[in-house]
Design a protein around this ligand. Structure first.
Ligand SMILES: NC(=O)c1ccc[n+]([C@@H]2O[C@H](COP(=O)([O-])OP(=O)(O)OC[C@H]3O[C@@H](n4cnc5c(N)ncnc54)[C@H](O)[C@@H]3O)[C@@H](O)[C@H]2O)c1
Length: 339
């Protein structure tokens, strides 16, 4: 059966504007209300997007008209709000990363299981046609045996990007740096395409920016399918370059750049090479809300069909666990096996 769903959004900052556009473009959903710890931010946002302002989190969570809580706060607050929302019986959408520590990840999983609510984690790149095509080709064996898979996120972020926010580049609120904030999209895509990561060995450094967390990281990866690869995440590669993913198999190579296919050299196949208007190389918000909207559409279909969304709490924790293992590896100098 098809229902209509009201969303309440927490945290009215940069990415929330994408969410509001995506939600208000849904056939079965709309933005009902917002909350921000800065009341004036919530009021401005609500006026622009035509919805209600909640003045406390308790009011938002207690509102029977709210079906889905959408969390767009700094990353260190995701778990706390997701647990509160699940305990209030709400379904949850949470921006990446799902949470920033293993204890927080476990806490969200427990709350979702206990309350039988869904927690969908934003990983909008999984909903791009190029990633879907690559996943299908790999799973059907059209690339042969996969040998190598690399992700390169050689981005640049300005000094102001960090200083103005007050939370980016801090362990407490960002949970990490170039990997936990920017690289996580590419890390998620590559672990998804390859069917999981077995072990990591990492070097993390803070080389350019005056931040607590890493601005550059190299991770050597052994995938569960036996392939090997390297994950590069940085916000210190002047002037910033588009995200790249490359998969090499015994029957060919696929290269993705941002949300497009850059090269499809697969035995016996031809594929159109796309041009993208998405490029987060140096501007974190230079992408369309279209893939957020596709992901939210899939969530509403999942709720109607009483099933889990594609990127549920278990899928959402995978890239975070890889990143946490990489931090441990860099700290200890050891190769870390994923559990
Ligand atoms: N999917 C993507 O491509 C993408 C892109 C950008 C950001 N993000 C994620 O979205 C989240 C937010 O990032 P942003 O760039 O929008 O940040 P931002 O700083 O622009 O916005 C954060 C908002 O949260 C509010 N806030 C802070 N503390 C709060 C609290 N205790 N309760 C309620 N509201 C609070 C702030 O006032 C601000 O309005 C981050 O987790 C980030 O990783 C994802």
């Amino acid at each position: 059966m098809s229902h209509r769903y009201n969303f309440a959004l927490i945290g009215c900052g940069a990415v929330a504007a994408m969410h509001a556009k995506a939600i208000n473009g849904l056939d079965k959903g709309e933005l009902f209300g917002v909350y921000d710890s800065r009341k004036e931010s919530a009021e401005k946002f609500a006026e622009k997007h035509g919805c209600k302002v909640f003045t406390t989190i308790e009011e938002l969570l207690g509102c029977m008209d709210v079906h889905i809580v959408d969390i767009c706060t700094p990353s260190g607050l995701h778990a706390e709000y997701a647990i509160q929302a699940a305990n209030a019986g709400k379904h949850v959408v949470v921006e990446k990363p799902l949470a920033i520590t293993q204890a927080q990840l476990d806490g969200v999983v427990q709350a979702a299981e206990k309350n039988h609510t869904q927690v969908a984690v934003i990983t909008q790149l999984r909903f791009t046609p190029s990633v879907m095509k690559a996943k299908k080709a790999i799973d059907e064996g059209r690339l042969g045996k996969i040998l190598m898979a690399d992700f390169k996120g050689k981005f640049y972020r300005s000094k102001e990007y960090y200083t103005k926010s007050g939370w980016r580049g801090t362990w407490a609120m960002d949970g990490g740096g170039a990997m936990m904030n920017q690289g996580i999209h590419g890390i998620d895509i590559i672990q998804y395409l390859m069917g999981g990561v077995k072990s990591v060995q990492a070097l993390c450094r803070t080389q350019m920016h005056d931040i607590e967390t890493e601005d550059s990281a190299y991770v050597l990866v052994e995938y569960k399918n036996g392939a090997i690869g390297a994950l590069h995440s940085t916000t210190a590669a002047m002037p910033g370059y588009p995200r790249e993913i490359e998969i090499n198999g015994t029957k060919g190579t696929i290269k993705l750049e941002e949300d497009e296919i850059k090269c499809w050299d697969v035995e016996g196949e031809k594929e159109n090479i796309g041009k993208t208007d998405c490029n987060v190389a140096s501007d974190p918000m230079a992408f369309s809300h279209a893939y957020h909207q596709l992901q939210l559409t899939e969530l509403l279909d999942a709720l109607d069909q009483e099933r889990a969304p594609i990127v549920d709490v278990y899928e959402g924790k995978k890239p975070v666990e890889i990143i946490l293992a990489a931090y441990e590896s860099s700290k200890t100098g050891k190769r870390i096996e994923l559990k």
